[in-house]
Design a protein around this ligand. Sequence first.
Ligand code: UGA
Length: 441
Amino acid sequence: MRITIFGTGYVGLVTGACFAEVGNDVICVDVDAGKIDRLNAGEIPIYEPGLEAMVVRNHASGRLRFTTDAAEAVAHGEFQFIAVGTPPDEDGSADLRHVLAVADSIATSMQDYKIIVDKSTVPVGTADRVRETVRRRLADEGRAVDFSVVSNPEFLKEGAAVEDFMKPERVIVGCDDARARDALHDLYAPFNRNHDRLISMDVRSAELTKYAANAMLATKISFMNELANIADRVGADIERVRVGMGSDPRIGYHFIYPGAGYGGSCFPKDVQALARTANDVGYIPQLLEAVEEVNARQKHYVFKRIREHYADGLQGRCFALWGLAFKPNTDDMREAASRRLMESLWEAGAEVRAFDPKAMEETRRIYPGQPGLTLCDRPEATLEGADALVIMTEWNVFRSPDFDLIRDRLAAPVIFDGRNLFDPHALQQLGFHYYPIGRPV
Ligand code: UGA
């Protein structure tokens, strides 16, 4: 099948590569000419396991092409995917400018029936606005071309996005006409072999499902972080509580890990956008607001612990920091807890020596020439003479470090762990002051 994808960001690129991988003919289009040049040269702008090889392979075979030419791209595909960004507005609602601009350029160039598919995370009612935008453009130009608008939200996890696309847990298709629904069914058939993963529904329910899923996951995390804070105060161990709770299949073990707060490009933005949608229709989303507030407080947790430990202040102190990405297996630092921590440390006059397996480039980009920040090429190199080690991302390489070396290199044996990687008693025995989250030491 012929597919056009607008947007070569995270979602667009993974979607394009995976559709090409199963034999479709895909054109990805982006307004950023530099990015398109780099993609055509085989340079992938993000780190995502398996993506680079897949893009290069399909690009070489001609099934995956990159262009800035929207008219050529619209002419190509029966399916026109919209996978452009929806950054939050100042008031937290999703900014639909890019989505509607793409809808308009599809309308401007289309000559025959198109299925326009919203893949971007967009508020309820966006498909209607896309439809209106296309209709208006066609009417302005006095043309009649048939089209359908479908909501097909993505459920990709960074770090596992290719795998999630190739073996989806579900494919949500929100659609009000049978022709488009059948076409989407055929398009997703290669990913839908052993079990029927395709769930059809009306457009508005599909749009809401995406926000509902992310808001539920964010709620689980904030709930656990709140419990960790209670555990701290009553002398209970949140990790024991987690295992005890999770054994109930209605609760389950997934996504109940306490930590330094959730980050990334989705949860913070989507919880706010859903709250905004609720407010817009006259409903006060108390729970969603609390989820956000608890998370904001949790992102401050590790810094608070550090500040409490050093009674004489943080001026002139130096911290070794392991982990900058908002979670492992990605170089993404959007809304990462590490950023909040570093900024607080700098403000308090402390220095940071940091290492991350993938996010060093991104850190340089976000904090160019930042005083008080040194990036080290190995985790051990951060330690020499530092006042403490702080862990903010649970990369596997941090899970079993050489504790003797850590103790020898640090100026004092102190570890602040924002991800509960170690056993508090074992660390105590090794002579560390260990500060986990929600665990007695
Ligand atoms: C999230 C969802 O998990 C995907 O299903 C969804 O498709 C995606 O957003 C999206 O809307 O595009 P992602 O943002 O890549 O995926 O990352 P997650 O793995 O969900 O992690 C989000 C944050 O929650 C991370 O900061 C992580 O450290 C934190 N987290 C996760 C916890 O603190 N505790 C947990 O138990 C799980």
